[in-house]
Design a protein around this ligand. Structure first.
Ligand code: HEC
Length: 316
């Protein structure tokens, strides 16, 4: 009996709060949630023609910041009202997993001009991290933005001091593979260069192959090869495709398909579905979706530490 009253009391308080919130017009209401859930069930994602739905989606998306399904929601409904939040995430920490997703979404919303402004206003280190994320997008718009930025600010990406030379021979690989690095430092390197595409234990995002047991699968020399020459052997199931739709949008990523639609998974773990009937053209990419030359932005020690870290990821 007592607990009945208690939960009931909390419930009422909750309703009062929600009611007060709905008066302010900012807070999500149970009705908003219901509208959004229904729209999702009906596959109705274009809410531009209905102010009531649009408002509900905006308030609901806002309430989902920091929650699991937030990015999917913003993507599905193209919630432009969340643009400032996406930009804030990128500005706050461009090396975070959330920023990789945010950059993808900013391009999907067609608002990359804002990124360009953020780039020119950011200190060099931050700008370089943002450039790395833009490089992952791989659409013509992304390339254009990178070119523009390069033209504006002389050498945009600086090569780290003591960067390993091109590591072109088998002997180079052998010599590096023989060295011992520091696992803890290597983890830091992973978070800087690899997190946007690989999961390693509880770190990183699910896009390329999972690396949680890669140390059992590949010896150090092959780990090095995978980093230095990603195009040498592209893992089956992870080949890249570009897809152009009849509506003129352009997607790049890993494709899976059902009878009626394609799902394109992009860097950062954001997915987009395209009806097969809407596809104008799809092309298999020749190069790996894993960028070449990542090691050129590291010092030699960082590369050795990274390989030590990867090598420590083993089946238990
Ligand atoms: C933009 C996304 C992206 C980034 C960033 C990236 N990778 Fe990859 N990686 C991939 C994809 C996609 C594949 C699978 C296709 C291929 O084999 O080329 C892959 C494959 C690999 C493989 C081979 C896995 C296997 O099971 O054979 C290794 C090892 C690897 N990456 C390590 C790294 C490391 C270390 C970094 C950071 C220095 C990194 N990757 C950064 C996308 C990425």
């Amino acid at each position: 009996m007592q607990s009945f009253f208690k939960t009931n009391w909390i419930h009422s308080l909750w309703l009062i709060l929600l009611f007060a919130g709905s008066l302010v017009g900012e807070t999500v209401t149970p009705k908003d949630r219901l509208i959004v859930e229904t729209l999702i069930r009906l596959n109705r994602f274009d809410v531009s023609g209905n102010e009531k739905w649009k408002g509900a989606v905006q308030r609901y998306a806002r309430s989902q910041r920091g929650e699991e399904g937030y990015f999917e929601l913003v993507e599905q409904f193209s919630v432009e009202a969340e643009l400032p939040e996406l930009l804030r995430l990128v500005e706050e920490d461009p090396t975070s997993a959330l920023s990789a997703k945010s950059v993808q979404l900013i391009f999907r919303l067609g608002e990359q001009k804002k990124l360009s402004r953020l780039l020119s206003g950011s200190p060099k280190k931050k700008a370089n991290a943002i450039i790395t994320l833009i490089g992952f997008v791989k659409t013509p718009e992304a390339q254009k933005l990178l070119d523009e930025h390069k033209a504006l600010s002389a050498p945009a990406t600086s090569v780290a001091k003591g960067a390993p030379a091109l590591i072109s021979t088998a002997d180079d690989i052998k010599a590096l593979a023989a060295r011992t690095g520091n696992v803890k430092q290597g983890k830091v390197v992973f978070q800087k260069f690899c997190f946007a595409c690989h999961k390693a234990g509880d770190l990183g995002l699910d896009f390329g192959p999972g690396l949680s047991e890669i140390g059992s699968k590949l010896p150090k020399s092959e780990l090095l090869l995978a980093i230095v020459k990603p195009n040498a052997g592209i893992s089956f199931d992870y080949e890249g495709w570009t897809v152009e739709t009849k509506q003129g949008s352009f997607l790049a990523g890993i494709v899976s398909e059902s009878d009626e639609e394609l799902t394109v998974r992009m860097v950062g773990g954001v997915s987009q579905k395209v009806k097969k009937a809407d596809i104008a053209k799809r092309t298999k990419m020749k190069a790996s979706l894993m960028p070449e030359g990542l090691h050129l932005a590291m010092s030699e020690m960082e590369l050795v530490d990274l390989v030590e870290f990867l090598s420590s990821l083993r089946t238990r």
